[in-house]
Design a protein around this ligand. Structure first.
Ligand code: ARG
Length: 464
């Protein structure tokens, strides 16, 4: 049945023109929230019926429509997906029935709820991927203990999963709807207490994007090391062919392009975060259409982060280390100078500052006269009466980088003996987080099933 043409503008306003509707419409980027909008309408209609606000027969018809509604975005001149879905209900059921769908609810609480529902899924997806990346990183450490890898912070989840529904446009509604029931039917863990906050806050978007940016900063630093280390000058690692590209002019080139783009995406995600903060800054309470402009930045930031985690994981997991180049790079360097100074403190009773200065003198001699550090260091007993004679073997072991690493005693330091224990501890954490994420995902699936079951059981009540 084709209903009366619905116009949300009612009789208050004349139609807007095409260019104004095109400019203000969000329909072009509402696709990710379409299925959530249908679920919200379903949960809302259920509480309207249970609260005696809508007759069972009419409500059942609305529910039937919603259960069959396809979540694909409608094209055409709509302000948004919310209007489009209501319009298609009116087209099917007529305005005298479908016209109850929006009793006691507004697009403002609806859009805030839908964004949160989509975001919580994307956060779970992202965290699941981060979890895999963490496992890969630990795998690399297991395979090659010489690789030092920075740790990760965890994204937070809780503040997203609260329901704005029932806030209506901004101040709540006199219609008898149960906010907590809608919240639980939609898989939220609670409601946002204040109705103004519910419709006008996008803090959760800022928080999610900030966490994404924090993660991206880590990834960009890892990416930078891959780029640096794979350069001809370093040659510590080689990027696998599938994560590299060649040059169209220089046949010898092998560019670490995935790492370069991950480094760049860190800037793009910061751009999304900055866009959102700037849109929100100085915005009066409560809902303004400015908030609509936040949504595409949120999805772009999440998508860029998700893809970066995936690609850096692949790049790192397939990285080939070059131990020869690594040890060659340490030949003739002065990285063991501090341990030589520490040895002098222990063996001669010099203060650290005195030892520091003497070793500095030896390094200068080695540089100026172009002689090996080892040779220059032999002269130390001649520089201070306090320094006892240095036998060759002792000196050799002090200046050997591997021996130096083994002498480290402080927790969390680079002693290779600490690696297996550290990897095990972190793996336990990674696995615990993985079960947590699976539980969150399972809870959302259960909520979805429970909504369907409730709607179907109401349809059953009407038929009997
Ligand atoms: N399209 C809007 C958005 O994405 C939905 C809410 C519109 N509310 C309103 N009062 N016009 O934010």
């Amino acid at each position: 049945m084709r209903g009366e043409p619905l116009d949300i503008r009612g009789k208050r306003l004349k139609r807007s023109n095409e260019s104004a509707t095109g400019f203000t419409s969000s329909i072009g980027f509402d696709a990710p929230i379409a299925r959530h909008v249908i679920r919200i309408n379903t949960a809302h209609m259920l509480t309207l019926i249970r609260g005696g606000e809508v007759k069972k027969g009419i409500g059942a018809e609305c529910l039937k429509f919603l259960l069959e509604a396809a979540p694909e975005t409608t094209t055409g001149q709509f302000e948004d997906i919310h209007q489009a879905i209501e319009q298609s209900a009116v087209d099917r059921l007529g305005v005298e029935k479908a016209g109850f769908l929006n009793l006691g609810k507004s697009r403002n609480d609806q859009v805030a709820s839908a964004i949160r529902m989509e975001l919580r899924e994307r956060i779970i997806l992202l965290l699941t991927r981060v979890n895999l990346l963490q496992e890969s990183l630990l795998g690399v450490v297991k395979r090659d203990g010489r690789t030092v890898i920075p740790g990760f912070t965890h994204l937070q989840h809780e503040r997203v999963n609260l329901s704005p529904m029932g806030a209506a446009a901004l101040a709540g509604t006199s219609v008898n709807i149960d906010r907590r029931l809608i919240a639980s039917l939609l898989g939220f863990t609670g409601i946002i207490d204040n109705s103004m906050d519910a419709v006008s806050s996008r803090d959760f978007a800022v928080e999610a994007l900030s966490s994404c940016e924090m993660l991206m900063i880590e990834l960009s630093r890892i990416a930078e090391e891959i780029i640096l280390w794979s350069s001809k000058e370093f040659g510590f690692v080689e990027v696998a062919d599938e994560y590299a590209a060649s040059s169209s002019i220089m046949p010898q080139k092998k560019n670490p392009v995935t790492a370069e783009l991950v480094r760049a995406k860190c800037g793009s995600v910061l751009g999304s975060l900055q866009a959102v903060c700037t849109i929100l800054k100085g915005l009066p309470y409560s809902y303004n259409l400015d908030l609509q402009e936040v949504t595409p930045h949120l999805w772009a930031g999440l998508a860029n982060t998700q893809r970066s985690v995936e690609i850096i994981d692949g790049t790192i997991s397939t990285l080939i280390f070059n131990p020869k180049a690594l040890s060659r790079s340490m030949e003739g360097d002065y990285s063991t100078a501090t341990s030589l100074a520490n040895y002098l403190v222990k063996s001669s009773g010099l203060s650290f500052r005195e030892a520091h200065s003497l070793v500095g003198e030896v390094v200068r001699k080695s540089v100026e006269e172009a002689i090996p550090f080892f040779e220059a260091a032999r002269e130390l007993p001649n520089l201070s009466k306090k320094i006892p004679p240095l036998d060759e073997k002792t000196l050799q072991s002090i200046l050997d980088p591997t021996a130096l690493l083994k002498s480290i005693v402080t927790a969390g330091g680079a002693n290779p003996q600490f690696i297996p224990g550290g990897v095990e501890r972190r793996l336990r954490l990674v696995h615990r987080n993985r079960s947590r994420l699976a539980k969150l995902e399972g809870d959302l699936k259960l909520a979805e099933l429970s909504l369907l079951r409730n709607a179907n059981s109401l349809l059953g009540e009407v038929r009997n």
